[in-house]
Design a protein. Structure first.
Length: 128
């Protein structure tokens, strides 16, 4: 935080870093699979999205976590490549059965990591 910012807003009371979120399990690092899908920066998914990917309906027992994660990441990579520069949030739909619904919406946020580096976080559309 710069001195000018601190003059306006005051000192930081509490900060929760991306590294802490990964350590706590609030975020799940999927960078290795994401790199295979074509991402060039670290990628994490929220605990909520991870739970939804794992929640495979009994009627879709032929599906598995790895395949569903791949679908989320691959479609996300395709959407990222079509997104204009300067856009930091993208929502996209893919077929991923959750309950009685076939279409699932993912929110992808592109932003700075703990040290200002570019990182991507995928989440449920109602998460921040």
């Amino acid at each position: 935080m710069t001195e000018a910012t601190e003059d306006v807003f005051g000192p930081v009371i509490h900060a929760y870093t991306r590294a802490q979120a990964l350590e706590d399990g609030v975020l799940v690092d999927v960078s290795k699979v994401a790199a295979e899908a074509g991402f060039r920066v670290p990628v994490a998914i929220t605990q909520g999205l991870d739970a939804d990917i794992r929640d495979i309906p009994p009627s879709k027992s032929f599906q598995d976590y790895d395949g569903r994660l791949w679908d989320v990441l691959y479609v996300g990579r395709c959407m990222a490549s079509r997104t204009a520069n300067g856009v930091d949030t993208v929502r996209y739909n893919l077929i991923m059965h959750k309950g009685r619904k076939s279409w699932y919406t993912v929110k992808m946020v592109i932003g700075p990591g703990d040290n200002g580096e570019c990182v991507i976080t995928l989440m449920r559309p109602d998460e921040d």
